[in-house]
Design a protein. Structure first.
Lengths: 452, 305
C-alpha cells in the first residue's frame, strides 16, 4: 500500500531530528570539522511578545500632511535610525518594523521605563558647534543660533536675544566614540571630522584661542569648553559631566543625526510585566489541558489510528515550534490561540481520513484498500478546506501589517504556517506511521482496533 | 438514514432566535467599539494597599491635566481602569506623577493603551475592507473549486449566506457580552471574526465536497436525498472535529487561559460552533431550497413542494 516505506521513515526521522535540534537549542552552530570554525550560525532563541513578558509598544507616524507621500526610502532610513538609537541605549531585542507606507512600529519588550525610550526616539539630534565668544553658558542653557535646518539663516532682532553663529553642524562628523577620561571618573566623547569640517574647525580654533566653543544639541548647551589651541587633523573631544550611559546616549544622537522625516507617536501601549507572566503561564497550562483531553478522545474513539494521529500531532508540534523559532516569530497570546486552532486543523485532516477509512471498512473493503481509499477520497476536501483557511490568514496578515497590529500578524502567521505544516503531517506522517504499524501487526478485530 | 433536511424551516427559526437578541442589544446600546477603532486611551493601574484614590480624586487629576472625559472603573482584581480621550505621553506622565503624590504611595502601571483618533478611524475602515475582501475571496474560491458541478455559483453564494449567519452570531455574542460583561469590539475581536469566517468556509467545503462526490456516483437520487445523504456521511467528522477537538481546545483556553484571552476564546468557541452548525443547518438546506425554488410556496400560492 505504500512503496518505499523505508525512505519515508528516514525522511521523517531526519526532519524530526532537525526540528528537535532547533527546539532544544538557543543557537544553531555548524562547525567545520577540520578547522573548527563556524560554517553557519543562527540564533534561534524563542521570542516572547509584549503581551507575554510586558513592555512598551509605540506606533510612530510620519508627521506630514495626510495627502503628502513619504519620499523614497525615507521610512527605511528613519526605521534604521530609530533601531540604532534604541539599540545603543542598551535595550535588547527590540523590534522596529515598518508598517504600511508611513508608519513604524517599535516594540521594546521587558521595558518599564518608557520615558527614556520615547525621548530617544523623538530626539532630532541636531548638533551644532557655536561660537559664543567670551560667554561660557552653563550646561542646559538654550541658545539661539543662526543655523536652521530649512537653510534660511536666523537673523538677529534689534533688542531681542543674542543670536550666536553656528560654525558647523553634526553633519560634519565622521565618527564618534566614547572613552573614560584620564581620571577614569567621567566619560568623554571623541569625534573625528570629515575633511571639510576639519578645515573649518582648524581655522576657527586657530583664530579664537581663549574663547568659548559651545556645543549644543537641539539648541541646548551640552558643554562649553575654552579653546586651548588650534586643533588640526579634525580630531577633538567633548568633556562634560558624562556618565558612561549619558555619554553613550549622546554619542548615538551625534552619530545618527536627525530623522529624514519627522515622526509623531500615534499609539502607545504599555503592558506591565506581571500581567504578561500571568497570561503566559495560564495560556500554556490551558493549552496543555486542552491537548491532553483531545489526545485522550482521539485514542478512545479512533483506537489504533487515534494513537497514530496523536503521535503525528506531537511531530507536528515539534516541527511547527522549530519553524517558529527559526524564523524568529514572536510568541504572543493570540499566537498561542492560532497554534491551537491549527492543531485543530491538523486533527481535522486526520479525522476526515479516519472517518473515510472506517466507512470503507464497513463497506467490506480489506484493510489495505480501505487505508488507500481513505486517503485518496479525503484529499479533495482536506485541500479545499485548508486553502480557504490560508486565504483568510493572508488577508488577516495584510491587515495586521498595515497597522503594526503585531498581535493580529502573529496570530495569522502562526495559523497559516500551522495549517501548511499540518497538511504535511496529516498526509505524509500519519499515513507512513499507520503503514509502519500495520506492517508488523495485522489486526483482525476491526471493531477493537479501528472502533467501527 | 436520519432525515435532517425536512425540518429545515425549524433550523432557520432556531438561528433567528439565537441571532436576534444580541443584535437588538447592539442596536439599542450601539456598537461597543474599543479605542482600537475610536481612538482614546485606557490606563490600568494599581495602588499600594490602602492608598487608593477614589474616582473623584482621579477625575480631578485628569481635569487638572486638561482631560475632562475620564471614566474610572474598578476591576475584580482591585486594579483601576481609566478610559479617556487620547493621552500624549507627556500628559500621561503628568497624570501619573500627580497620582503618586496624591496617593502618597506607589502607583503601578499594569497597562496603558493610547490610540490617536485618526489612526482609529483608519483601522475601522480597513477592518471592514478586510472582512469584505475575505467574503469575496471565498465566493470566488468556492465557485472555482466547484466549477465542474452544476450551478457552482450557488455553492459560493450559499457558503456566503451561511458565513453571514456566522458573522451575525458572532456579533450577537458580542452584543450580549457588551451588555452583561462590558466586552468591547477591539482588534482581537476582529481577529476572532476573521478566523470564524475562514473556518466557516472550511466546514462548508467539507459538506459541499461530499455533495460534489455523491453527485457523480449517486446520480439517480433526488437532489434533497442526495444532500441529506452527504450531510449524514460527514456528520461524524463534523461532530468529532468541532465538538471534540477544536471546542475542547478553546474551552480550556476560555476557562483557564487568563483574562486577556477569555473574550477572544469565547467568541471563537461560539463562532466556530456556529460555522459547523450553519454548514449543516443553513448552507445545505438553502441549496435544496434553491434547487426546488421553494420561495414560490412561501406566500400561499403555487403547489406545495
Amino acid at each position: 500500500m505504500i512503496r518505499n516505506l523505508t525512505n519515508r521513515i528516514i525522511l521523517i526521522v531526519l526532519i524530526l531530528t532537525l526540528a528537535l535540534w532547533v527546539d532544544l537549542s538557543d543557537e544553531i552552530n555548524v562547525l567545520n570539522p577540520v578547522s573548527n570554525e563556524a560554517l553557519f550560525s543562527r540564533n534561534v532563541e524563542p521570542r516572547l511578545g509584549l503581551d507575554l513578558q510586558g513592555g512598551l509598544q509605540v506606533l510612530l507616524e510620519a508627521d506630514i500632511p495626510a495627502d503628502q507621500q513619504v519620499e523614497g526610502d525615507a521610512m527605511e532610513i528613519a526605521r534604521d535610525i530609530v533601531q540604532q538609537r534604541t539599540d545603543a541605549l542598551g535595550v535588547n531585542e527590540n523590534v522596529i518594523q515598518i508598517a504600511g507606507d508611513r508608519r513604524i512600529v517599535g516594540e521594546f519588550p521587558g521595558l518599564e521605563d518608557t520615558e527614556s525610550v520615547l525621548a530617544t526616539i523623538q530626539q532630532t539630534g541636531l548638533m551644532e558647534f557655536v561660537d559664543t565668544g567670551d560667554y561660557g553658558p552653563e550646561e542646559g542653557t538654550i541658545l539661539v543660533t543662526d543655523y536652521s535646518p530649512t537653510g534660511q539663516p536666523v537673523e538677529a532682532v534689534e533688542g531681542g536675544e543674542t543670536v550666536y553663529h553656528t560654525i558647523m553642524t553634526g553633519a560634519e562628523l565622521d565618527s564618534v566614540t566614547v572613552s573614560p577620561d584620564q581620571l577614569g571618573v567621567n566619560y568623554v566623547i571623541n569625534f573625528v571630522l570629515k575633511s571639510e569640517g576639519s578645515q573649518v574647525f582648524a581655522e576657527h580654533t586657530g583664530a579664537n584661542v581663549g574663547k568659548f566653543l559651545t556645543i549644543t544639541l537641539d539648541k541646548q548647551v551640552i558643554s562649553s569648553p575654552v579653546i586651548q589651541d588650534r586643533i588640526d587633523g579634525g580630531q577633538g573631544s567633548i568633556s562634560g559631566n558624562f556618565t558612561a550611559e549619558s555619554a553613550n546616549a549622546f554619542a548615538v544622537q551625534l552619530r545618527y543625526g536627525s530623522l529624514p522625516v519627522p515622526l509623531k507617536i500615534v499609539e502607545t501601549r504599555i503592558i506591565g510585566p506581571t500581567l504578561g507572566a500571568d497570561s503566559l503561564d495560564k495560556s500554556l497550562r490551558a493549552g496543555l489541558i486542552g491537548m491532553a483531553i483531545v489526545a485522550l478522545f482521539m485514542i478512545l474513539y479512533y483506537r489504533l489510528p487515534g494513537i497514530v494521529a496523536v503521535l503525528s500531532i506531537l511531530i507536528y508540534a515539534t516541527i511547527a515550534f522549530a519553524v517558529f523559532k527559526w524564523f524568529h516569530f514572536t510568541l504572543t497570546l493570540p499566537g498561542i490561540a492560532g497554534f491551537l486552532l491549527s492543531t485543530g486543523a491538523a486533527l481535522d485532516a486526520n479525522i476526515l481520513i479516519f472517518e473515510r477509512l472506517k466507512e470503507e471498512l464497513r463497506n467490506g473493503k480489506n484493510l489495505t484498500q480501505a487505508v488507500d481509499q481513505g486517503w485518496t477520497r479525503a484529499w479533495s476536501s482536506i485541500r479545499d478546506s485548508n486553502l480557504s483557511a490560508i486565504i483568510t490568514s493572508l488577508i488577516l496578515f495584510w491587515f495586521g501589517s498595515t497597522f503594526g497590529a503585531t498581535i493580529v500578524k502573529g496570530f495569522s502567521l502562526t495559523l497559516a504556517l500551522g495549517v501548511i505544516i499540518s497538511l504535511f503531517t496529516a498526509i505524509y506522517v500519519t499515513r507512513t506511521l499507520l503503514a509502519l504499524f500495520l506492517k508488523g501487526f495485522k489486526p483482525n478485530n476491526y471493531d477493537l482496533w479501528f472502533g467501527i | 438514514m436520519i432525515d435532517i433536511l425536512s425540518k429545515r424551516y425549524l433550523y432557520f427559526l432556531l438561528s433567528f432566535i439565537i441571532i436576534v437578541p444580541g443584535l437588538v442589544f447592539l442596536a439599542v446600546d450601539g456598537l461597543p467599539l474599543s479605542i482600537d477603532f475610536t481612538g482614546g486611551s485606557l490606563f490600568e493601574i494599581t495602588f499600594s494597599d490602602g492608598q487608593a484614590l477614589d474616582t473623584e480624586a482621579i477625575n480631578a487629576i485628569y481635569e487638572e491635566a486638561g482631560i475632562d472625559d475620564a471614566q474610572v472603573t474598578t476591576t475584580d482584581t482591585g486594579s483601576v481602569i481609566i478610559r479617556s480621550s487620547f493621552l500624549t505621553n507627556e500628559v500621561r506622565d503628568q497624570i501619573l506623577t500627580a497620582m503618586k503624590s496624591e496617593a502618597g504611595g506607589d502607583v503601578t502601571v499594569i497597562s496603558f493603551d493610547s490610540v490617536g483618533p485618526t489612526i482609529g478611524a483608519q483601522v475601522a475602515s480597513r477592518a471592514a475592507l478586510a472582512v469584505g475582501v475575505a467574503a469575496l475571496g471565498v465566493v470566488v474560491y468556492i465557485t472555482l473549486a466547484f466549477r465542474k458541478v452544476q450551478n457552482a455559483f450557488r455553492y459560493g453564494v450559499c457558503a456566503v449566506i451561511a458565513m453571514a449567519h456566522d458573522v451575525a452570531v458572532v456579533f450577537s455574542v458580542a452584543g450580549i457580552g457588551a451588555r452583561f460583561f462590558e466586552w468591547q469590539i477591539d482588534a482581537l475581536f476582529l481577529t476572532a471574526l476573521l478566523t470564524v469566517i475562514g473556518f466557516s468556509v472550511q466546514d462548508k467545503v467539507v459538506v459541499f465536497d461530499r455533495i460534489r462526490e455523491n453527485a457523480t456516483s449517486l446520480r439517480r437520487l433526488e437532489y434533497e436525498t442526495l444532500v441529506n445523504h452527504s450531510i449524514v456521511q460527514t456528520l461524524q467528522r463534523s461532530i468529532n472535529t468541532q465538538l471534540m477537538t477544536v471546542e475542547f481546545l478553546l474551552l480550556s483556553l476560555a476557562l483557564f487561559g487568563g483574562v486577556t484571552l477569555q473574550e477572544f476564546a469565547v467568541i471563537l468557541l461560539v463562532g466556530l460552533l456556529s460555522g459547523t452548525y450553519s454548514s449543516i443547518f443553513v448552507a445545505a438546506p438553502i441549496l435544496v431550497l434553491w434547487e426546488k425554488r421553494e420561495w414560490s410556496t412561501w406566500f400561499g400560492r403555487g403547489a406545495s413542494a
